[in-house]
Design a protein around this ligand. Structure first.
Ligand SMILES: [Zn+2]
Ligand SMILES: [Zn+2]
Length: 214
């Protein structure tokens, strides 16, 4: 699963997801991590720690925000449990093996922050980007499916792509299919279908895509 947004439980119920193996955290903005509590049930059912991959150095901030989850010093009374996530720090361009698949962390600028998408097989996943720096662009070469953030049409935002910028970035990557995510309610699904070029589509809740192997 990518990120743990605040409405996570509602999304998982709607999508019929009853199992999560691991979580990739792209960055620590509230809209990407403040649903962490909703993962507790998966760890509880599986009776093992939930692996959470996050940018190296972010452990301290996660601990500050969620001490009851990430503070190893907190021991629950016998018979009760805490979420018990196991944190793994990753660095840009250093591959991580997660359940036999290789994930390559791809840093992109997000205003003053850095956000880490990834490449796995022929899928590229980039969120909250404002630009795609050359090394990240290079690492995305040959992806067939690209997931990319876009906020709305026009009115450039200081830290996120608008739709026009996202389309430009998508064309630079050149994937067969690019799915736009992280949209606001300023744009409608049909409105985007009407203006997007071939190969770029708005994603939607419940969309499923097969990830091509490398
Ligand atoms: Zn963000
Ligand atoms: Zn965001």
């Amino acid at each position: 699963m990518v990120d743990m947004p605040p409405e996570l439980r509602l999304q998982l119920v709607a999508a019929g997801v009853d199992h999560v193996d691991a979580v990739w955290v792209t960055h620590l903005h509230a809209d990407h991590v403040h649903g962490a509590d909703d993962l507790r049930i998966f760890r509880f059912r599986a009776r093992k720690d939930m692996p959470v991959f996050c940018p190296e150095g972010s452990h301290h901030e996660l601990l500050r925000r969620f001490p009851y989850i990430f503070d190893d010093a907190i021991n629950p009374p016998p018979g009760s449990t805490i979420p018990q996530f196991r944190l793994y720090g990753y660095k840009g361009f250093e591959p991580q093996t997660i359940f036999g698949r290789t994930f390559l962390p791809l840093p992109t600028p997000h205003g003053p922050a850095t956000v880490y998408g990834f490449r796995v097989g022929r899928l590229g996943y980039i969120t909250d980007a404002k630009s795609l720096p050359p090394p990240t662009l290079e690492a995305l070469e040959g992806v067939e499916i690209l997931v990319l953030n876009a906020l709305w049409l026009g009115n450039p935002h200081p830290t996120h792509f608008n739709v026009e910028e996202a389309v430009e970035a998508a064309q630079e990557v050149g994937a067969d299919r690019t799915f736009l995510t992280h949209m606001t309610h300023e744009v409608g699904h049909q409105q985007l279908l009407d203006v997007l070029p071939p190969g770029v589509e708005p994603a939607y809740d419940g969309l499923t895509v097969e990830i091509p192997e490398d």
